[in-house]
Design a protein around this ligand. Sequence first.
Ligand code: ATP
Ligand code: MG
Length: 254
Amino acid sequence: MHIFAIANQKGGVGKTTTAVNLSAALAARGQRTLLIDLDPQGNATMGSGIDKRGLEKSVYHLLVGLAGMKEVCVGCEAGYDVLPANRDLAGAEVEMVELERREMRLKDALAAHVDDYDFVLIDCPPSLSMLTLNGLCAAHGVIIPMQCEYYALEGLSDLVNTIKKVHANLNRDLKVIGLLRVMFDGRATLGHQVSAELEQHFGDKVFKTIVPRNVRLAEAPSYGIPGVLYDKSSKGAQAYLDFADEMLERVHTL
Ligand code: ATP
Ligand code: MG
């Protein structure tokens, strides 16, 4: 069983798209998969076809101890389970500060049932907040989606330093699984330059799969369907299916 946090404190870099589509692609490959929405925006919830406005119990309740994992968990049509979230989760950020083992709330809440799954993916919010910290403490590894832009590398060192600190102080299991190049525009010279730079600096920590910019991936959330199912033959869908295969290979080496 593998628990991976999908994190990058920069906003709009493709975390949720990666979380939803990797979940759907792993499920399509027969893997028992759980997706945890750890973002009050609730985009992974909506993108999985679950209405965030109608939730009786959500990750908020899980983190503050008002519900157990089984009460929060819902299945989605794409064949994976979801721990859904909505704006309530912003409140957890504040309330958790007062609670015991505040960084470990998610890890503790998952402990009893996490072995029911082959993969658990955590969609983190765009910040290095207490929520993200909970994601990093619950995980064995981090997948970092990034756009190959000039500023992409700038935020990366903050994230890598945070991961190092969490590894040193809170979670000895944590490591960077890999960097995933997303929204790649093959026509832009800069994209190729930054991509090559990433490979130079991070070597085989850079996933081989490159997810192209693809409008079908961007359209899918408005239908509440992961891109890999919305248009399976699209370049974006194929890339995430390839990424799932690369992930299945890579976990053998962990
Ligand atoms: P946030 O930081 O707000 O949580 P995020 O990092 O989760 O954002 P996404 O929501 O996945 O990022 O993506 C941001 C936007 O880019 C969305 O509108 C999404 O549909 C679009 N997008 C993501 N990946 C691609 C892609 N490969 N091709 C085209 N559009 C994409
Ligand atoms: Mg997101």
